[in-house]
Write a protein that binds this ligand. Structure first.
Ligand code: NAD
Length: 349
């Protein structure tokens, strides 16, 4: 029986993961659950945001449903003990190099998008971001120039195997969607991007059925707001993906609706699934949080880590039907509580 580790974390994390678990349980699938503290909750209980028993549960699990971490009472702690270090530690420990963010606008939420409704309504894409390399992890430091000025530097680098594994996830994903892959780089200026593009072209030989395009990142940023409907799967490096995935999120509407996955293989083996939002301390404990991002993260978990596609489809269809039927939490301009929104989804399951 597959085991799901629930790491609820801080703030609204426990509120939204409880509802996602309720939806999973309602499907009567053969699943077992384990729970462990993470983030500020773990720090207060054990003295560390990612204690050994949490790592152990995460490593044993078939998949991880993560809530959110972030606790203002931990703001003065040294960096390595801050709640946010838990998610970085888990990614590293589990080798999660592929971050998937679907951006899809649910019918009825056109007004929540930063774009015109007729443009926003066409968004149905996935941004695939490399998570463990690029300029964030290269050599970095501060030095002094010959003229005595302070200079900061960060080295951007990708090795070809790092590019190949993320691009392969992109091609596989495209195969399960509309068979379109757009690789985003800055090959006109950066050597790192030239290698990226070369490896994408080499990998494409194994995927003749996928329509591959290349786009410079500046153009991609423009096209995302001009005509986001043109994209299916977008694959890119850590830095460009960081920016483009947030941009795509806002095109697709409220932060309370958007799930994500972090994987170490296309198969989703031991993947981590979480809403893109944080712990939202401003609304925590008030029953106001929108649980849909967590519920949709659970659907992604079923699809990618447990190959339960039909169950994932059911959850996504129930969320879409609840939204189309007018169910709205405060972030969507409505009055439903966290529990009330989940009830609306459950009623359509
Ligand atoms: P946030 O995502 O927690 O909140 C931003 C705004 O969106 C807030 O006004 C919040 O009320 C609202 N919001 C977020 N999720 C919502 C939901 N489900 N329903 C309704 N409204 C929602 O971002 P922040 O305020 O910048 O960060 C708060 C804490 O979360 C910080 O400690 C930050 O480091 C942490 N954080 C954690 C993660 C993670 O766990 N992966 C991600 C982002 C931020």
């Amino acid at each position: 029986m597959p085991m799901i580790a629930i790491l609820a974390g801080d703030g609204i994390g426990p509120e939204v993961t409880a509802e996602a678990r309720r939806v999973l349980s309602a499907l009567s699938l053969d699943l077992s659950f384990g729970e462990a503290p993470v983030g500020g909750a773990a720090y207060h209980a054990t003295g560390h945001p990612l204690p050994p028993e949490t790592i152990d549960l995460a490593e044993r699990a078939d998949a991880i449903l993560f809530g959110a971490v972030g606790d203002p009472s931990c703001d003065a702690l040294p960096r390595h003990l801050r709640p946010e270090q838990a998610i970085l530690g888990l990614r590293k420990r589990l080798g999660l190099f592929a971050n998937l963010r679907p951006a899809r606008l649910f019918a009825g939420l056109e007004d929540a998008s930063a774009l015109k409704p007729e443009i926003a309504g066409r968004i149905d894409m996935v941004i695939l971001r490399e998570l463990t390399g690029d300029v964030y992890f290269g050599e970095k430091g501060m030095r002094t120039t010959a003229g005595g000025l302070r200079e900061g530097y960060d080295v951007m680098a990708y090795a070809e195997d790092e590019v190949r594994r993320i691009v392969t996830v992109g091609f596989e994903m495209a195969r399960h969607r509309k068979r379109k892959l757009c690789s985003v780089d800055k090959a006109n200026v950066l050597e790192t991007s030239q290698l990226w593009r070369d490896v994408v072209i080499e990998t494409a030989e194994d995927y003749p059925d996928i329509a591959l395009t290349h786009m410079y990142v500046d153009n991609a940023a423009m096209q995302l707001v001009r005509d986001p409907g043109q994209f299916d799967v977008v694959v890119t490096g850590n830095l460009f993906g960081d920016i483009l995935s947030d941009q795509a999120s806002m095109c697709a509407g409220s932060i309370g609706m958007l799930p994500s996955a972090s994987l170490r293989a296309w198969s989703g083996d031991n993947g981590l699934y979480e809403p893109i939002h944080g712990s939202a301390p401003d609304i925590a404990g008030q029953g106001k949080a929108n649980p849909c991002a967590a519920i949709l993260s659970a659907a992604m978990l079923l699809r990618h880590s447990l190959s339960m596609d039909a169950a994932a489809d059911r959850i996504e269809a129930a969320v879409a039907a609840a939204i189309a039927g007018g169910a709205r939490t405060a972030d969507l301009g409505g009055t439903l509580s966290t529990r009330g929104m989940a009830d609306a989804v459950l009623a359509r399951l």
